[in-house]
Design a protein around this ligand. Structure first.
Ligand code: CUA
Length: 317
């Protein structure tokens, strides 16, 4: 598990920008690093030089006032330069290109991300969780808010951070210049499972993105085999429907991730577990062991209920 975590973290990096926003931030980061690094080397050189000077000469240095004045002026010039660079970057980041931007709404929950695509009539709206698909090369306007406490949306390969604040809408935008699976992470401490509040931005070609969107707009797959039918019955007759929705069924719960197309997602539990039968089973039986403090109670299901339920959930592609 820990090795898996290390690989997961390698997937997100601010020094490997995949979009114009992240590139600007990375450039500013490198500028700060090189300028401050050069200043550090010069100061360290003078410090070492000073240590080796003969003590009696130190107080009788005729150029000392001019040297101090000159280095103070140089410091001011360097700091002003960095300030200007930082203001220019900030302004560029906040300019939202209005034309052909796509909208995505993100709501933070303890501890997962609700993702909605609002550019369609309400009956066709796509609602998913923890996985944000975007088309490559197109700006995406992201509106963020929170249902409970302050969270922070951060996909380092694509942009800097933006806070999700309860009762307040923040707007930012991002764009991916190349396809990829970019991991993101909540960047504001938001409770016990803050570290397990990850998400993935999946940038794909416009054709692939539209195909994904078409599938997500459809209602859930219907069970075909007796096993899957039994699984749907289990889902609809237990506590699952109190919190989860599956469009096309009687499950309309709105306080936990929408499961209409849960099997299409790569991860479950906000980037915590791979989405396969085994991990899904562990999560349903006792999610508190995996992510203590999360809102989902342990489900006391016998295997004659659990196995059909898993079969049913796995057809929800
Ligand atoms: Cu949400 Cu930290």
């Amino acid at each position: 598990m820990s090795l898996l975590r290390v690989f997961a973290l390698l997937q997100q990096s601010m020094v490997d920008p995949a979009g114009p926003q992240a590139a600007r931030i990375a450039n500013l980061g490198w500028l700060l690093l090189w300028v401050c690094g050069a200043v550090w080397v010069v100061v360290a050189a003078f410090l070492v030089g000073g240590l080796y000077r003969k003590r009696e000469h130190a107080s009788a240095e005729p150029n000392l006032p001019r040297a101090v004045g000159g280095s103070t002026a140089l410091t001011v010039v360097i700091l002003l330069g960095l300030l200007v660079a930082s203001v220019i970057t900030g302004r560029a980041l906040s300019t939202i290109p209005a034309s052909n931007a796509m909208n995505v709404e993100i709501t933070g929950h303890q501890w997962w991300w609700e993702v909605e695509y609002p550019d369609f009539p309400p009956y066709q709206r796509v609602r998913t969780a923890n996985e944000i698909h975007i088309p490559v090369g197109r700006p995406v306007r992201i509106k963020v808010t929170s249902q409970d406490v302050i969270h922070s949306f951060w996909a380092p390969n694509l942009h800097g951070k933006i806070d999700l604040i309860p009762g307040h809408l923040n707007v930012t935008w991002l764009q991916a210049d190349r396809p990829g699976d970019y991991r993101g992470q909540c960047a504001e401490f938001c409770g016990f499972q803050h570290a397990h509040m990850a998400f993935h931005v999946i940038a794909e070609s416009p054709a692939e993105f539209n195909a994904w969107l078409d599938r997500q707009r459809q209602t859930a797959a219907m069970p075909q085999s007796p096993d899957e039918r039994k699984g749907q019955e289990v889902f609809l007759s237990t506590a699952c429907i109190v919190c989860h929705a599956i469009r096309g069924t009687d499950a309309h719960g709105a306080i936990a991730p929408d499961l209409t197309h849960v099997a299409s997602r790569r991860m479950i539990a906000a980037g915590t577990l791979p989405n396969d039968r085994d991990h899904l089973s562990q999560w349903i039986l006792d999610s508190q062991r995996i992510k203590p403090g999360n809102r989902m109670p342990p489900m006391k299901l016998q295997s004659e209920q659990l196995e059909p339920l898993l079969s049913y959930l796995q057809i929800l592609k």
